[in-house]
Design a protein around this ligand. Structure first.
Ligand code: FAD
Length: 223
């Protein structure tokens, strides 16, 4: 297959890659995004807790259908069970459906003219004079710039240690507050991080854990 000429090739079709594509394509650069999965936002790697301010600083106003919940506070549980309850109602914190959100970003990037290649894995780059040659599972690209937006998978290739292990589930329960995030600190279960409960509504919550050197799914089940 003949190599394609591009201004920029972006590897990774999640928030970083898609925002980068949105910015570059609206300035008429010829962009291709490579995403190894066949669907954007799947598997979902984020629980979507974010402030509206953080999003607007990136020029993003989330569509109503991507907002799952509004958060008004957080409860911090210490290992001894001590509780600190804080109010964050003035901070405009929301819970996003990351799958929907990423899909929305991809639609904007495509509308601006970016090409999105799903089921296409980045393999490697090499250089030929001033050009970068990007090898993917589908095709080769000759481009001026290459953007690595492959998130943690890229970091793990460079850095074997110091990476948090994480796991998450959606649970159905009635023991959390529907607009408060709970954070549990316990150095045995989640060394260096914590366990979180992010409510979606009165009955559903995203529960996750992260920590150094843990079996994250085992520890989350134990929690
Ligand atoms: C369990 C968990 C919960 C989290 N919850 C929150 C939260 O509530 N709030 C918050 O702000 N942050 C949260 N985060 C962090 C957030 O998910 C990341 O900061 C964010 O997703 C990083 O975005 P990214 O685009 O840089 O990378 P990623 O989202 O990791 O995306 C990388 C993309 O690159 C693709 N890719 C990887 N390798 C290749 C390849 N070889 N070829 C092509 N494509 C490739 C992947 O499929 C993926 O689409 C959470 C993280 C985890 C693990």
């Amino acid at each position: 297959m003949k190599p394609e000429n591009k201004d920029v090739v972006i590897a990774g079709g999640s928030i970083s890659g898609l925002l980068c594509a949105r910015e570059l394509s609206q300035n008429n650069h010829n962009i291709t995004i490579l995403e190894e999965h066949d669907k954007i936002g799947v598997p979902e790697k984020c629980d979507g807790l974010i402030s509206v301010n953080a999003l607007s600083s990136l020029g993003v106003i989330p569509n109503k259908k991507t907002i799952q919940n509004k958060i008004t506070g957080a409860r911090f549980f210490s290992p001894s069970g001590k509780l600190i309850d804080i109010d964050s109602s003035n901070l405009d914190i929301i819970v996003l459906d990351r799958k929907e959100f990423d899909n929305e970003l991809s639609e904007i990037a495509i509308r601006n003219g970016a090409q999105l290649m799903k089921s296409t894995s980045f393999v490697k780059t090499n250089h030929n004079n001033s050009e970068i040659i990007v090898h993917s599972s589908q095709n080769q690209f000759h481009c001026k710039y290459f953007v690595d937006a492959m998130g943690i998978s890229s970091l793990m290739k460079k850095q074997k240690f110091g990476i948090l292990q994480a796991a998450k589930y959606i649970i159905e329960a009635d023991w959390f507050e529907s607009n408060k995030v709970d954070l549990y600190f316990n150095q045995q279960l989640s060394p260096g991080f914590f366990t979180w409960v992010i409510p979606i509504n009165e009955n559903l919550a995203k529960v996750g854990i992260a920590g150094y050197g843990i079996n994250s799914f085992n520890n989350l089940d134990y929690f």
